[in-house]
Design a protein around this ligand. Structure first.
Ligand code: FEC
Length: 306
């Protein structure tokens, strides 16, 4: 019987209750506990979206969906492992489990389309270091998948669907956004900004958009400068330029979670309302079949590379 290929699906992770927000936030801050004010602020954002984020269920559905496609495509069967950046099961725990299960070869994919050494690279470093320490498994990494054709198809459909909700689609501004990162990534050859532009440009070209732009969202609450413009500032600017309708496409995220449900659906919508702007958000990928097929394709390709 063919030995299964390990499939390591990595994602951000979210606290499963409000009590878990403190250890989660501390982990995000690399072991430094947040101040009481910072903790209260984050807890308040989770409360505003209903207490917990749906990210865990969505990640599970995405991971199981990819594994199901791969186990039905006639190729080498896969055994699924999920590894989270900031919650259990952590990435190192997933790699340890693969090792204990005797998995020899694996492919790892992060549920984020664009590569930054600070984001996707961080997930990979943990997996790589754990496997090196244990002496296995041999893991191949999908680095980025923002140009995967079926992903771009799904993204294009979503932008079109959001434009269809505008009273004057041709006059609306489409804002492509991703999670901001500290500006210091610009001092290295980090591909993050370039990749965000690449996927957005393709969608814009396919839809013959004349009004589109790039922005950043969800910047961290730290002292250093983060990539801008921030989407909230962009809304003010668009209002001043005479725009009445805006489509927000958070193309750097693939699930309904805090950064979308709070940062766009609550915070950005409040700003838009004050400015009397009609703001429509594109639907997230979640467990969309076409999207999961795109990810399964990248995993198969990666597994077959020399
Ligand atoms: O629904 C949820 O509960 C989790 C939503 C969530 C996702 C996510 C994705 C990304 N992040 C990225 C970078 C950073 C950097 C910092 C940072 C901080 C936070 C905090 C929360 C949070 N992130 Fe996140 N991120 C999510 C949630 N993120 C909560 C802490 C409070 C706050 O700042 O709002 C700053 C760390 C520091 O303080 O040093 C940097 C990037 C992504 C997209 C790629 C990926 O999914 O990995 C990049 C989902």
């Amino acid at each position: 019987m063919t030995e299964p290929l390990g499939l390591l699906v990595m994602a951000y992770g979210t606290p499963s209750s409000l009590e878990e927000v403190l250890p989660y936030y501390t982990d995000i801050r690399r072991g430094r506990a947040p101040s009481p004010e910072q903790l209260a602020d984050l807890t308040g954002r989770y409360q505003a979206i209903g207490g917990v984020s749906p990210l865990t269920e969505i990640t599970r559905a995405q991971a199981e969906g990819i594994a199901k496609i791969l186990n039905q495509d006639g190729g080498r069967p896969v055994r699924l492992y999920q590894g989270m950046k900031h919650t259990h099961p952590f990435i190192y725990e997933a790699v340890e489990q693969m090792y204990q299960d005797g998995i020899q070869d694996a492919v790892a994919i992060v549920l984020a389309p664009h590569f930054s050494h600070m984001s996707v690279g961080g997930y990979q470093r943990v997996a790589r270091e754990t496997a090196a320490k244990l002496g296995g498994p041999n893991i191949r990494y999908v680095n980025e998948w923002h140009l995967e054709p079926a992903f771009l198809d799904a993204l294009t459909e979503r932008v079109q669907a959001a434009l269809d909700q505008c009273s004057d689609p041709a006059g609306a501004m489409v804002v492509f956004s991703a999670h901001s990162l500290p500006e210091r990534i610009l001092e290295t050859d980090d591909p993050y900004v370039k990749q965000l532009h690449e996927s957005g440009e393709i969608v814009a070209e396919r839809l013959h958009l004349t009004n589109y732009m790039f922005a950043w969202q969800s910047a961290g609450r730290t002292g250093e400068p983060w990539l801008g413009p921030d989407i909230l500032d962009v809304l003010h600017d668009l209002k001043q330029r005479g725009f009445k309708e805006v489509v927000s496409c958070s193309q750097g995220f693939v699930a309904d979670h805090l950064e979308v449900l709070y940062d766009i659906d609550i915070e950005a919508q409040q700003v838009a309302k004050t400015l009397n702007l009609h703001l429509v958000r594109t639907k997230q990928m979640n467990d969309d079949a076409q999207f999961l097929q795109a990810l399964a394709n990248t995993v198969r390709t990666c597994a077959q590379e020399d």
